[in-house]
Design a protein around this ligand. Structure first.
Ligand code: CA
Length: 248
């Protein structure tokens, strides 16, 4: 057992430095009781720009899954407090359609089959390499988004969620992860007000202190990046409501 854990650490420390094809920023909930495995997955996925929430047991995981707005769940089946299988059942019974990737033991064929029947979208057998986790996640995302275009457009702003590139009037602009995530949610809802809470859930992760003014900071950095000098900001502040990306 000790050997296997050590082998995993090596795989992950090598793999998390790889720069795979960038994809849209996702909110991923990892429910896994092995701290080393959970932490390594979280570090790797955060390096890819994703927003990661962690839960160490089934009870906390179920609560977070039901309370939060996640794009994908990574769910270990063997969990303390509430078994992963029960977590999955409960979520599907509650009509939660978020894609779920289950993690199973090498000899867990029955569990894997039961997991897929209970509504899991894919599985990974432990131990696995980080690249494999990333590839499965990207495949799940492509599947859940269908073959629709990856490019969002608002006036002369373009955001390619597959390449994670933003162009303004044809010129590429560089945005840090948080500002990119902010622009993505504003563009997906262009012309409509996006609440602070919705923005927070997209751009916050466990590493941000609650009550910090990360939303305001991200908005002002984004304004500097996309607004033209001497023109009114493209991002309206709706006091007490949120922010809106204007669309002409
Ligand atoms: Ca486990």
């Amino acid at each position: 057992m000790r050997t296997r854990t050590r082998a995993l650490v090596v795989v992950f420390s090598l793999a998390t430095d790889c720069s795979g094809p960038p994809y849209a920023i996702m909110r991923i909930l990892i429910i896994e009781d092995s701290e080393i495995l959970r932490t390594n997955m979280a570090i790797g996925l955060r390096k890819q720009g994703h927003v990661v929430t962690e839960a160490a047991d089934g009870e906390d995981g179920l609560w977070r899954a039901e309370a939060g707005d996640h794009d994908l769940l990574v769910l270990d089946l063997g969990l303390p407090k509430i078994n992963g299988m029960v977590v999955l059942d409960k979520l599907r019974q509650d009509d939660m359609t978020t894609p779920v990737l289950i993690l199973t033991a090498r000899d867990g064929v029955d569990a894997r089959v039961a997991g897929l029947r209970a509504g899991a979208d894919d599985y990974l057998v432990k131990p696995f390499a980080f690249q494999e986790l990333l590839a499965r996640i990207e495949a799940l995302m492509r599947r859940s988004h269908g073959s629709a275009t990856n490019v969002l457009r608002t006036d002369d702003l373009e955001l390619d969620t597959a390449a994670r590139e933003v162009t303004l009037d044809g010129t590429a602009i560089k945005l840090a992860r948080r500002e990119y995530a902010l622009l993505e949610i504003l563009m997906r809802n262009a012309g409509a007000v996006v609440s602070r809470t919705d923005i927070e859930t997209r751009i916050y992760d466990d590493s941000v202190e609650p009550n910090s003014n990360v939303v305001d900071a991200a908005v002002s950095i984004l304004r500097r990046a996309i607004d033209k000098t001497g023109r009114p900001s493209r991002i309206d502040t709706k006091r007490g409501e949120g922010y809106r990306l204007r669309s002409q």
